[in-house]
Design a protein around this ligand. Sequence first.
Ligand code: BGC
Length: 254
Amino acid sequence: MLKGKVAIVTGGSGGIGAAIALELGKEGAKVVIDYHSHLDSAEMVQKKITGLGSECFAIQADVSKPADLQKLVDGAVQKFGRLDILVNNAGVETRTSILDTSEAQYDKVLEVNLKSAFFGTQIAAKQMIKQGGGGRIINITSVHEDWPMPGNTAYCLSKGGMRMLTRTAGVELAKHQILVVALGPGAVATPINLTTMKNPALMKELEAAIPLGRMATSEEIAGVAAFLAGPKASYISATTVFVDGGIMHQSPGL
Ligand code: BGC
């Protein structure tokens, strides 16, 4: 379904990003991923994608720096000739409340999650406009783009920002046939949730809060990302698709 397409997945060397990179590769896309410091993880993803018969390469980048995002886009264009899909996936959280978040923690979360998505969108869109034919930008947000997570304040506000980035950029870029969509996962079994996953009592509590009764796998998120990047999602833009097992709407019905 994505044969001939070229995709960049930020944070593509681990967690949900690696699963998305792999899924896009499976569908035939050529994929560029970045890594911050773990070349070995990026190489593992790269190997898996080339093993599927597609192409992938990794570029060292700090996605909170627009110059490095430009490096990713230039790398994709130099190697594969164009850019069709950008997945703004890189994300971090501090699990700190408004009362105990330091300025450094705030800056890191806002820069890695929101600033990278903003400038990634800007730089990718310029390339897509230049080459013509439209494009897809997928912002991996969270149920917490809209739903408070007390004790994770900076994260919530970065995701809320990405929600509005999706809506506003989606409207602005529509005339270029660039579709901008947010994909909002609930709880997913990835390293970001390791502390919860290692704590049986917390896991029980979390699973009880999810109508489907379990966390998602990265692959369940990646499948939706590939759909949103593909031809069947040609009329979805400036909105969010939640993939959360119903967690935002769980209700005891009392
Ligand atoms: C957060 C996780 C949290 C999940 C469900 C995700 O966006 O990264 O820490 O468990 O949302 O609340």
